[in-house]
Structure formats: C-alpha cells, structure tokens
Design a protein around this ligand. Structure first.
Ligand code: GCO
Ligand code: MG
Length: 416
C-alpha cells in the first residue's frame, strides 16, 4: 500500500478550518486537521507545496518513520506552522492505519482505559449573575465541568473591553459574525488590576450561587506575569478551581515555580507549546498538573502520546486543547487519545451543534465525537470515526480572518 495523494483543503463552514486528505493506491482515505487559527493558509501551503511531494509513494503505515522524516528531515523543525502541517498529516495517517486494520484509533493506542472522556465547556458573562445562569444552562445540559470567564464587553470573554470590532460599522455586541469572519482583527483593551481584582470576586460569587458540586475552571490566557499569577492562584484557593489555565505565557513557564511554591491551586498550561522539548521542563519540574497542548500544533497524535507517557510518572494529567478553532476531526483525535490514556485528566470540548453555523458544520463533517452527559466518546468504527463531504467543504472557501488583538491602556501590545 502506498500514499497516492496528499491535499490540504481550507474550508470555511462558518469559520476557517484546514482539513487534510491523504489517499492510498488501495482506495483508503485518511482525514486530518491542520487548522492554525488566523494563519490557516500557511499550514495549507506547507502541506500542498512542501510535504505532499515527499509523501507520495511512501508506505502510509510507517507513521513514526514518516513523522521523523517530515520533522527532522526538513532540517527546519518545530514552530506552529510546520508542526500544524505535520499534525494534519499525522492524524490522517492514524486514520488510514485504523481503516487498514479495521480498528478504531483508540484501540491502536492501547485500547480504552475509560468508558468516556470527561469534558468541560465554556461559559462567560458580563456579571457574575449572568455567568451563573450560563453555568446553570451547561449543568442542565449534562455538563459537570465549566470554564468561567468574566466579560467586560459581551463577546470579549477574557476580561477585555472591546475597542473596535475590526470591521467598520459592526456593533461590538453583534455576535452573529464569529471573530473568525471579521476581515481585520478585533481590538480590545486589557489591564491587569481590574482583572486581578475581579476574578476572586467572580469565583466567590459563583460558589455562593452554585455551591461546590460543579467543577469550575478559569483561563488567564497567558496574560499574567509570574508574580501576578502567584497572587491570583493563592487568592483562588478557597474556591477550589479544578484548574487555573495558562496563567503565564509559555516563555515564562519557569516562573510557574513561584506559583507552585506559594499555592495549591492546580495549574494547566500548554496550548501555545508547539513541540515535545518545550513540555519537558514543565513536566519534570512539576510546574503544572495538567498538560494541555494542542494536538494540532505539536505534530499530531504521535508526539502527544509521547508527552502523555512522559507526564504519567510525574502525576501530570492530560487536558488537550479543544477550542472552536479545532475542526471536528481534531476533536476526534483528542478523544481517541483521551480514551486510551491512563493519565487523562479532562477534555476541553466545543459543541458545534450550539453554534449559529451548526448546519454548515454538520454538512461538511459527518460523524465524529458523541456526548452523553459530561462524557465524550467516538464511534467504534475503523480509524478516527469521522468523514468529510468534500464537495460541501469546497463549497465554503477560506475567508481572510484574524484572532483578536489586545492593547494595554497606553496602547502597547499585550498577549491576547
Ligand atoms: C482555549 C483557548 C482558545 C484560544 C484559541 C486561539 O483555552 O480554548 O485559550 O480559546 O484563544 O484557541 O486560537
Ligand atoms: Mg486557553
């Protein structure tokens, strides 16, 4: 069996995704996800222009070997663009291996360690009362873990005040267009003091409204310095967050040593890590409790299982990134790994069925992750268990779109 074709297909059924199709000369088709939010065409061009010619004619079942050939063999390695492209290929090869073997990918990874993967979803509100109502809606829908964020402007979700929507004439409160479809970045303003003061109050208010049964998580989105992160982590202790996510940017991960030394709030980090080497120091120094890389940005299932294996003896659990900028193929890859990983912690989950463009997503992506209450599962079918209607995908061409940007009050650039 040989690889016959490799193609990245950018598509925008409501928001941009880059899906990857690999076919074999025996007629098998593997699907992968190479979506890099706001830079989708860079990963697509890497695949179509640079990686595809290296793969045609190769044995698709040599996944580890092909991964090394594309990663090390190019001399230039790592970084979000190259490792996102590699991830799309890697997922498609696992899908092909499963279809060839007649087994779901979780089976190839060692089989089920659990009946489902516990998941968390997002809730945000401009007041604690509104946020508590949103959390109640999630609980009523069966969820038990909810990530809670305060918004200063509706739709901002990380405590920033939206200054401009990036699209002339668009009302900042108009959420009918996803951020992804606005032709220029939305600009927000963020200051540390109001953020640091409001989050402990948010947690206190939510615990008073909701009690202790719900697991609450919070994302600082890499906006804090280590000393700010340490102060907030300590203040959150009485409210028992399940985890405090990305308190510091990846380049300051060593600063987490300070957070660890001064509080018992569990720490999760990793969505901006783009390779295995970046994960090593945080894990072996126990700076974190949950490693939450994005499978789609570290090179796929192949490196993720190595990271999970490295984390296990250090009592670090996995919580792979699962935002709306992962296509349903990427969400599927997450859940296969979750099911087969003994040190799985929790899975971030996006239910596209609740999005305004749900019908288009359902038209393009067929099958994939299923949910029963708070548990995610995948079909017990060969491969990843998801199909793509290629004609439908091609009906929705890529539309230029950016992630939002954030400025401090003095106009300087701050991580979004
Ligand atoms: C999360 C993330 C996302 C990112 C997004 C950027 O925890 O889900 O922080 O919301 O902002 O993936 O592309
Ligand atoms: Mg995050």
């Amino acid at each position: 069996m040989r690889i016959a074709t490799v193609e990245a297909i950018p598509t925008s059924p409501g928001r941009n995704f880059t899906i990857v199709k690999v076919t074999t000369d025996t007629g098998l088709v593997g699907w992968g996800d190479a979506t890099l939010n706001g830079r989708e065409l860079s990963a697509a061009a890497t695949i179509n222009e640079h990686l595809a010619p290296l793969l045609i004619g190769e044995d698709p079942l040599r996944i580890e070997h092909l991964w090394q050939a594309l990663y090390l063999g190019a001399y230039w390695r790592g970084g979000p663009v190259l490792n996102t492209a590699l991830a799309g290929i890697d997922m498609a090869l696992w899908d092909i291996l499963g279809k060839h073997a007649g087994l779901p990918v979780y089976q190839l990874l060692g089989g089920r360690t659990r009946h489902g993967a516990n998941c968390y979803v997002h809730a945000a509100g401009v007041t604690v009362e509104r946020l508590a109502d949103k959390v109640r809606e999630k609980l009523a829908a069966g969820y038990r873990f909810v990530r809670v964020q305060l918004e200063m402007t509706e739709g901002s979700s990380y405590n920033e005040r939206i200054l401009s929507t990036g699209q002339p004439g668009l009302d900042p409160a108009d959420r009918t267009l996803p951020m992804q479809q606005r032709a220029l970045p939305t600009v927000g303003e963020w200051e540390p003091t109001p953020y640091l003061r409001s989050i402990p109050k948010m947690f206190a208010g939510l615990r008073a409204e909701l009690g202790d049964d719900v697991e609450l998580l919070h994302d600082a989105h890499q906006r804090l310095t280590p000393i700010q992160a340490a102060a907030l982590a300590r203040e959150l202790e009485p409210y028992h967050p399940f985890f405090f996510e990305d308190p510091v940017p990846p380049e300051h991960a060593a600063g987490l040593a300070l957070v660890r030394a001064t509080s018992t709030t569990p720490i999760a980090i990793g969505e901006l890590f783009t390779d295995i080497p970046t994960c090593v120091a945080p894990i072996i120094n126990r700076w974190l409790d949950y490693i939450r890389c994005d499978l789609g940005h570290i090179g796929g299932i192949t490196p993720a299982r190595k990271i999970a294996a490295l984390a296990e003896p250090f009592a670090v659990k996995t919580a792979w990134h699962g935002p709306p900028d992962l296509s349903p193929v990427g969400h599927c890859a997450n859940v296969h790994l979750d099911l087969a990983t003994s040190n799985f912690g929790v899975q971030e989950w996006t239910d596209f069925a609740t999005y305004p463009w749900a019908a288009k997503i359902a038209e393009v992506f067929l099958g994939g992750v299923t949910r029963r209450e708070a548990w995610l599962d995948v079909p017990a079918k060969p491969g990843l268990g998801i199909d793509i209607d290629e004609a439908a995908a091609r009906k929705y061409p890529y539309r230029r779109a950016y992630l939002p940007v954030v400025r401090r009050a003095d106009g300087s650039v701050h991580p979004w």
